[in-house]
Design a protein around this ligand. Structure first.
Ligand SMILES: C[S@@+](CC[C@H](N)C(=O)[O-])C[C@H]1O[C@@H](n2cnc3c(N)ncnc32)[C@H](O)[C@@H]1O
Length: 280
């Protein structure tokens, strides 16, 4: 069967199941199976593909039809400057979180030697992206999920950052080790009651532990702020990702815990997304 026909059939199936970006998803899935770039399947649409590949591809299309995210189907997600291994035990890194990395770069110096703590590290994407950019930094990632720590350790090896990073299974409440120059966190911040209204790709497939922020969305944010106020050094920097209606209350909590608010960052949709504080 030729690539063009394989893609067209798959596109129809995804389109009929109301999958957004059906074309893009088909091209990514097929190129991944044959280990080529997306451009290859577009530029070689008349090439014939063997039955083995077609069967594997159709299997993935059936899963995508039900809503399973492409990143889980190909076990990969690009974030900042690298490709991270992901599976359904970790949140799929989001482009909005790159804002945090961009600003860590703005607020830290390339040659300084900082100790970083990433609370709720998931795939490790935040900590590892920072360490990749800042060769003298070292860091610890913690997560309550045992499975996610396996993934972050795997990514640290994959990116050859395992000598400068450590990952621990721990509830943020119980983590007492060390003092840090820089603390970063993208905690779960979605109100439990609105979880069911999210896209089915998210709610049916991504780990609830990575999404659920308690009845008001603040349960994990509160824990992260409380613990950080003890773990961060004086004048240390704290980068905290939040939901777009959580700015006011989060700032109040931070100030109560002795943080000066340096900046609130907006994401690509102009929603408040990240607060930068410093411990005074
Ligand atoms: C929104 S995800 C962020 C994952 C990753 N840092 C990212 O930005 O893609 C939140 C993470 O916090 C972890 N988590 C939830 N509650 C926690 C707790 N009490 N202590 C430590 N980690 C927690 C979840 O397992 C999940 O990996």
């Amino acid at each position: 069967m030729i690539i063009e026909n394989i893609l067209n059939q798959a596109y129809q199936k995804l389109n009929n199941s109301n999958i957004k970006n059906a074309n893009f998803d088909c091209e990514i899935l097929l190129s991944n199976i044959i280990n080529k770039k997306r451009e290859y399947v577009i530029l070689n649409s008349k090439k014939i593909l063997g039955k083995k590949y077609v069967n594997i591809f159709n299997g993935l299309i059936e899963r995508r039809k039900k809503g399973e995210p492409v990143a889980y189907l190909i076990n990969e997600k690009e974030f900042w400057k690298e490709k991270f291994y992901v599976d359904n035990s970790v949140l799929i890194p989001r482009p909005d979180t790159e804002l945090l990395i961009e600003n860590v770069m703005k607020y830290t110096h390339r040659d300084s030697k900082l100790r970083v703590l990433d609370i709720g590290t998931g795939s490790g994407c935040i900590l590892l992206s920072i360490l990749n950019e800042r060769k003298n930094f070292t860091g610890i990632g913690i997560d309550i999920s045992k499975k996610s720590i396996k993934v972050s350790k795997y990514n640290a090896k994959k990116l050859k950052l395992h000598n400068r990073s450590k990952f621990y299974i721990s509830d943020v409440d119980n983590f007492l080790i060390g003092k840090y120059d820089l603390v970063v966190s993208n905690p779960p911040y979605i109100e439990n009651t609105i979880l069911k209204y999210l896209d089915r790709d998210v709610v049916d497939y991504e780990p609830k532990l990575a999404l659920k922020g308690g009845h008001d969305g603040f349960s994990e944010i509160t824990k992260v702020i409380n613990r950080t106020s003890n773990l961060i050094k004086k004048n240390g920097l704290f980068f905290l990702e939040i939901g777009h209606r959580q700015k006011k209350k989060t700032i109040e909590m931070l100030q109560l815990k002795g943080f000066y608010i340096k900046k609130v960052l907006k994401d690509y949709s102009k929603n408040d997304r990240c607060i930068i504080g410093t411990k005074i």
